[in-house]
Design a protein around this ligand. Structure first.
Ligand SMILES: [Zn+2]
Ligand SMILES: [Zn+2]
Length: 256
């Protein structure tokens, strides 16, 4: 399995427009972060998790040429604003794109993207086959993926488990029963917004503690704000099996 970090930034990206903080002025490319998303290549499938406002550029940058499934964690716009840009895959693949999301996220799409659901759609709109997922396992091609419920303040969000790999974004609470589904992975991704407390995201310390508790071999952090600090400096302060992810990072995970 190969995982590519398409984006590792928080909702406004890093830098946010007009920001002149030292991290935002950094010349290190690892301090530049598009909105959080990953590309998973697994058993011949090409799967993307979330499609935020940077979706088009992220997929071009990473060289994604096929999309077998687009999974959504939740309906916040930093994770959904790029949905219209699945249209090239309608042409490339001569068919509908398979989207997997909860029925609550589908309801949000009906207002965020009312034209996709129009009775008399305008030609050229995104053509999507919506697959409704609940907490638990679902099948994409021959691959079982597990949707795990994590809490983003009061909003349930789906984390996803792909075999030995788990991806958790936009969360600051995981129940004991759901932790069981995330334990002992080869690679675990957790959101870590910044060092100071936040109402709906893990801080860096909270994410490090969760990474230890879930006993992953390797932990990466994502969905970071410029307030987290410089990439290289923060990485040096972390336990040896943990690191901030960066945009474009590729992680190969041996199959079971
Ligand atoms: Zn987010
Ligand atoms: Zn969110």
């Amino acid at each position: 399995m190969r995982v590519t970090f398409l984006g590792t930034g928080t909702s406004q990206g890093v830098p946010p427009i007009g920001c002149t903080s030292p991290v935002c002025l950094s010349e290190d490319s690892k301090d530049k972060r598009l909105r959080a998303s990953i590309w998973v290549e697994w058993k011949g499938l090409s799967i993307v998790v979330d499609a935020g406002p940077d979706f088009r550029y992220q997929l071009i940058r990473a060289g994604v040429k096929r999309l077998d499934a687009l999974l959504f964690t939740h309906e916040h716009r930093d994770h959904t604003a790029g949905l219209d840009d699945i249209r090239p895959f309608n042409y490339l693949q001569s068919g509908l794109v398979d989207v997997y999301c909860s029925d609550r996220v589908l309801s949000a799409f009906k207002s965020q993207y009312d034209y996709i659901f129009s009775e008399h759609p305008y030609p050229g709109i995104p053509l999507i086959n919506f697959n409704i997922i609940e907490n638990g396992q679902f099948l994409v091609g021959d691959c079982w993926i597990t949707a795990v419920e994590v809490m983003h303040y009061k909003l349930p969000v789906h984390a996803f488990v792909f075999g030995d790999f788990a991806y958790v974004t936009d969360a600051n609470f995981i129940s004991e029963s759901q932790k069981e589904l995330l334990r002992n992975k080869k690679v675990l991704v957790l959101n870590a917004l910044r060092k100071e407390n936040h109402i709906s995201h893990f801080t860096l310390d909270e994410a490090v503690a969760m990474g230890k508790e879930l006993a992953a071999e390797q932990v990466y952090f994502t969905h970071m704000s410029h307030q987290i600090g410089f990439h290289e400096e923060v990485n040096q302060s972390l336990p040896p099996n943990m690191a901030l992810a960066y945009d474009g990072q590729v992680v190969d995970i041996p199959s079971q």
